[in-house]
Design a protein around this ligand. Structure first.
Ligand code: XLS
Ligand code: CA
Ligand code: CA
Length: 438
């Protein structure tokens, strides 16, 4: 049964189109830097925001109806969400989806019953996947909503709750493998603390690492070949979360010997909450060989929390795509971990939101490719470090010098000349020229 009845497949109509239900820039077969847009941009639908979230916030209840014609909280509704999700992805030409265990089925009191429901729904999803060719980008376990996780999952003070977290991860991995997921995500929802007065940080971090290690061992034992991901976020819901940002998560993974199995899933809004730009966390991940996947969204400069907005900022999307292209692409994809604003409560809004996100990233890709082809930025950065190409600079790079030698040289020099200008404004004007020039 068709759910989004008045909406047909969304087509590319070009930048002049005034049809709200069309792509203006995302032209899936257009080749950019030798690859089709659809290959450069493996987009994914986030089950939770798109099919579950209905606009509830701290001050008010649902504004959107996502019952899809059946009673919520039932397996019938779980299946209606699958029907809606696959119809939605097909109509938009989205090839992947991401899910939490509890996005798929209503959670029962008894985990055995929840797991049975997960088996049932994943059978149903598998059929749809085969019919449509749509794939799973990643799965994860929601270990933050249920009150039992109020003190964390891996970082909880309760060994019983820790067992429960392990059980959820085990099942979420089973389902991810069953659906052929490319990755498995750990977002440390409540893995952090509110006050050091009641917290043993070292103990908690060791327990988290141990849970991740067990997840890797189990995942590999059932044939999971994809990447595990940590998704860094500095705060919210906890005041301080252990996976603060990319650099922190990388340090943690290396310290506990998990870096061979894990990469990072970088979310734009989380990077900005950490006081970084999105592209900063992408760069840090990439230079450490750990750029895995992206949660494509954006925050709000006026609000200090995780607003999960659809990506609209073309400059940021451009800088993101520049990092991704320079890194040689993602092993994961671009998951729209984003929700429509509360008053955008219709089916059309769901489609228009994804069109906005996909068009914004298409523009980001087109622009980033132009910047690379233009070559001036890359050339500038290379030349900026030219003093290390010869003489003492070369020796420094080759690690063939000592502090004594450098110190003696400095004494001979007197005062060094000021380094060459950073030319930020000129470089920014190149970006504008490439973006808006003919
Ligand atoms: C919440 C996170 C979450 C993860 C998956 O802020 O973004 O949705 O992506 O658990
Ligand atoms: Ca996310
Ligand atoms: Ca978020």
């Amino acid at each position: 049964m068709e759910i989004f009845k008045n909406i047909s497949a969304i087509k590319y109509e070009g930048a002049d189109s005034k049809n709200p239900l069309s792509f203006k820039f995302y032209d899936k077969d257009k080749v950019i830097l030798g690859k089709k847009m659809s290959e450069q941009l493996p987009f994914a639908m986030a089950w939770w925001h798109n099919l579950c979230a209905c606009g509830t916030d701290m001050f008010g209840r649902d504004t959107a109806d996502k019952s899809f014609g059946v009673e919520k909280g039932t397996m019938e509704h779980a299946k209606a969400k699958v029907d809606a999700g696959f119809e939605f992805m097909q109509k938009l030409g989205i090839e992947y989806f991401c899910f939490h265990d509890v996005d798929l089925v209503p959670e029962a009191e008894d985990i055995k019953e929840t797991n049975r429901r997960l088996d049932e729904i994943s059978d149903y999803i598998l059929v749809k996947m085969k019919q449509t060719g749509i794939k799973c980008l990643w799965g994860t376990a929601n270990m933050f909503s249920n009150p039992r996780y109020m003190n964390g999952a891996g970082s909880t003070n309760s060994a019983d709750v820790y067992c429960f977290a392990a059980a959820q991860i085990k099942k979420a991995l089973d389902i991810t493998v069953k659906l052929g997921g490319r990755g498995y995500v750990f977002w440390g929802g409540r893995e952090g603390y509110e006050t050091l007065l009641n917290t043993d940080v070292k103990f908690e971090q060791e327990n988290i690492a141990n849970l991740m290690r067990m997840a890797v061992d189990y995942g590999r034992s059932i044939g999971f070949k994809g990447d595990f991901y940590i998704e860094p976020k500095p705060k919210e819901p906890m005041k301080h979360q252990y996976d603060f940002d990319a650099a922190t998560a990388i340090g943690f993974l290396r310290y506990y010997g998990l870096d061979k199995d894990f990469k990072l899933n970088i979310e734009a809004n989380h990077a900005t909450l950490a006081g970084h730009t999105f592209e900063h966390d992408l760069r840090i991940s990439a230079i450490n060989g750990m750029l895995g996947s992206i949660d494509a969204n954006q925050g709000d400069y006026l609000l200090g929390w995780d607003t999960d907005e659809f990506p609209f900022d073309v400059y940021t999307a451009t800088m993101c795509m520049l990092e991704v292209l320079k890194a040689g692409g993602l092993t994961g994809g671009f998951n729209f971990d984003a929700k429509t604003r509360r008053p955008s409560n219709t089916y059309e809004d769901m489609f228009e939101a994804y069109i906005l996100g996909m068009d914004t990233f298409a523009l980001g890709l087109i622009n980033a490719a132009k910047i690379i082809e233009d070559g001036r930025l890359e050339k500038f950065v290379k030349e900026r470090y030219a003093s290390f190409n010869s003489g003492i600079g070369k020796k420094i790079r080759e690690k063939k010098t000592t502090l004594e030698e450098l110190s003696a040289l400095a004494e001979q020099m007197g005062a060094p000349e000021l380094p060459a200008s950073g030319k930020q404004e000129y470089l920014e004007s190149i970006v504008n020229q490439v973006l808006f020039g003919k």
